[in-house]
Design a binder for this molecule. Sequence first.
Ligand SMILES: NC(=O)c1ccc[n+]([C@@H]2O[C@H](COP(=O)([O-])OP(=O)(O)OC[C@H]3O[C@@H](n4cnc5c(N)ncnc54)[C@H](O)[C@@H]3O)[C@@H](O)[C@H]2O)c1
Length: 378
Amino acid sequence: MRRILVTGGAGFLGSHLCERLLREGHDVLCVDNYFTGRKSNIAHLLGNPRFEALRHDVTIPLYVEVDEIYNLACPASPIHYQLDPVQTTKTSVHGAINMLGLAKRVKARIFHASTSEVYGDPQRHPQTEDYWGNVNPIGVRSCYDEGKRCAETLFFDYYRQHRVRIKVARIFNTYGPRMHPNDGRVVSNFVVQALRHEPITIYGEGSQTRCFCYVDDQIDGWMRLMGTPDDVTGPINLGNPQETTILELARTIIDLTGSHSPLIWKTLPSDDPRRRRPDISLAEEVLGWRPRVSLKEGLLKTIEYFDALLRTDTLPTEPERPAVAEVRPRAGRTFGEVAAQIAPPVPVVAVPPARGKDGTRVRSAPASELLRPEAGPA
Ligand SMILES: NC(=O)c1ccc[n+]([C@@H]2O[C@H](COP(=O)([O-])OP(=O)(O)OC[C@H]3O[C@@H](n4cnc5c(N)ncnc54)[C@H](O)[C@@H]3O)[C@@H](O)[C@H]2O)c1
């Protein structure tokens, strides 16, 4: 039996992880600020004497005695992480510093939920762990992508400098029951739209591909990674290499739900990757892991969950703002503003600095001009 801290434990993946750790006989401390996580995700665990839930924001240091840490806290969907992008970066970066500091102090082994977004809009397919990525450092997704990249840097610096035992997983699209129904992620979006017989929105032509890993497979990969010897640090890709176009996904979900939903088409959001597929050779070799649940099987379980949720009529609408954001004088944009910006996109162009007649640079362009929206759909 180990004492295990799970940050972001009330979220989609975190709640499944807490369940699995309890099943394996461990003591679990779930820490969450409930920004995108929900108490209902962990309500069924509260009666277990080995489970404890603590409302806490990981941007603030935490002092507890544990043997292992799973660092998951971070909103994962664009609608949520763009709601307060500064807080998103802080969650990734300050959260990593706080959890690594804790791991160092109590000599805990620490897992980090990194992401395939560290590859950005990849120019290599499929992505292997040695690919450094193609990330826009100033785009609207950067708070997440660069936050996660910086967190990886911190993990490896704590490993090299302080010998902290780290395990870094690069997680590719994962889906399943307890995904947030309003988070704009493609599986939850399509399932909810299909169950309500509402139009299903396809961005671009729908030919962009994604790979979808069922939650149980994903958690199994994490457990295997955490159980490896100390010299296995990652980063290691965990995802399902089976590629599906967004259009195929929509049609499969319509079939499985027996929906009458029509398809409607919208402009592709900015920085949206065209293709994303993990190379999982390393996970196969080091962890003996590969996904086992087929897309159809996983979708059926997910549909069953959302169907039950829609019947209860208790769908959450917007995430609560984190407590630390509430006290700031100006805490980002509203949920509606973010959702409106995500589609259609507002591309930005860099304005070159002003130059004199001889071509020398005479002044810096004012900050307001450095990034200005291109003429385009409002
Ligand atoms: N689901 C995926 O497909 C996917 C893919 C790549 C990476 N990941 C990573 O896995 C982790 C879990 O993702 P998820 O899909 O379960 O998302 P989620 O939004 O359901 O879970 C994130 C959890 O972190 C909590 N949280 C956010 N900010 C916090 C803060 N400052 N302090 C404490 N708690 C905070 C949220 O309330 C939520 O419970 C995230 O780090 C995410 O980046 C997920």
